[in-house]
Design a protein around this ligand. Structure first.
Ligand code: PLP
Length: 372
């Protein structure tokens, strides 16, 4: 018998959208290495190394730092469900799609959710968060560091101070920032943070790095109810990721962890500072080219993400036709606008492996030809 289905032969793309980003050949090779058992000594050692490298990426000494099996949204759910019990007050700052998702997740797990909102593309001031935490007295405050849906960068350190002064825990989404911008968990005093592998870490989607402070772990240990998700219950998952117990919880996605291990090695070998500088440099080059073509950024200069460039689609230009032409004629993927920005903006990613001078030049030339 032979299958009538074709072999997997995906087209070659240049991934310059909101993620996934391009994956380096050495990461793809690591994914294809022989699978071992999830309790094999080789894999247990690799898990330790993944944890150590994640601590460096997150700039933390947090013991409870690991890769959740699942995409960034699983990381989001893992953070929320472990910190929140039914009826707990959670304040979520919503200035884009992913803040909205965090509020939805918290409400589904029975939290008493209050949101504060800013229009898409704007960021929160410390004062407005201070006012909201003083009035609402939440247990947890959730905020997105790098809003992929808008291209806005939310400053965190001062907000962290007002959140802690009010006795709350700070939960931060750094799905798009980790590996592309400084994410300083300990210095900023962040209690729980989650990311994804497919943005600036340049591994395929499939794992969600998370980290929890001692204060967050104490909150988990003081719970009076079981964590509402069996799969994401860190009080159990952490035993599998701990060097002593190694109690089976679920079968880790072995090869995804190989890929993440290689992607983290690449990050550390380049060096965090060099990696951040590369993202800034290519962002500035892209920006010069886009502005020379008359395109305008949607986010104020001081809050722009280097890895996600949101620009207004010029009047009279067909959004879908241009994105289609970029993909079909040049193999370049960029992102469309989300929510209120649908049809109005393009989101041009410069994430991890895709953040190169070559891609900037290729993209600018391709876009110019599409706009003629
Ligand atoms: N948070 C942010 C800021 C994101 O950009 C994304 C994905 O784009 C997510 C959360 C959700 O991650 P995933 O799509 O990997 O589940």
């Amino acid at each position: 018998m032979s299958s009538s289905f074709p072999h997997v032969q995906p087209p070659r793309r240049v991934l310059m959208g909101p993620g996934p980003s391009d994956v380096a050949p050495q990461v793809l090779a690591a994914l294809a290495a022989p699978t071992v058992g999830h309790l094999d000594p080789y894999f247990l050692n690799l898990m330790d190394e993944v944890q150590q490298m994640l601590r460096t990426a997150f700039q933390t000494k947090n013991k409870l730092t690991l890769a959740v099996s699942g995409t960034g949204s699983a990381g989001m759910e893992a953070c929320v469900v472990n910190l929140v019990e039914p009826g707990d007050k959670v304040l979520v700052c919503v200035n884009g799609v992913f803040g909205g998702r965090m509020a939805d997740v918290a409400a589904r797990y029975g939290a008493d959710v209050k949101t504060i909102e800013r229009p898409f593309g704007e960021v929160f001031s410390t004062e407005e968060i201070q006012k909201a935490v003083e009035e609402f007295q939440p247990k947890v405050v959730g905020i997105v560091h790098a809003e992929t849906s808008t291209g806005a960068l939310q400053p965190i350190p001062e907000i962290s101070k007002v959140v802690h002064d009010a006795g709350a825990l700070l939960l931060m989404d750094c799905v798009t920032s980790l590996g592309g911008l400084p994410v300083e968990i300990d210095k900023w005093n962040v209690d729980a943070a989650y990311s994804g592998t497919q943005k600036c870490l340049s591994c395929p989607p499939g794992l969600a790095p998370v980290t929890f402070s001692d204060r967050a772990v104490a909150a988990m240990e003081a719970r009076s109810t079981k964590v509402a998700s069996w799969y994401l219950d860190m009080t159990m998952v952490r035993n599998y990721w701990s060097d002593q117990s190694r109690a089976y919880h679920h079968t880790a996605p072995i090869n995804m962890n190989y890929g993440l291990h290689q992607a983290l090695r690449d990050l550390l070998e380049e060096g965090l500072e060099n990696r951040f500088a590369r993202h800034q440099r290519n962002h500035q080059a892209l920006r010069s080219g886009l502005e020379a073509m008359g395109l305008k950024y949607t986010v104020a200069e001081e809050y722009r993400l280097p890895m996600l460039n949101a620009v207004t689609i010029p009047d009279g230009v067909d959004d879908k036709a241009v994105r289609g032409q970029l993909l079909n004629d040049f193999g370049i993927e960029i992102g469309r606008g989300l929510g209120p920005m649908a049809g109005k903006t393009w989101r041009i990613g410069l994430m991890g492996e895709a953040c190169t001078q070559r891609n900037v030049l290729l993209f600018l030339a391709a876009l110019e030809s599409c706009l003629q």
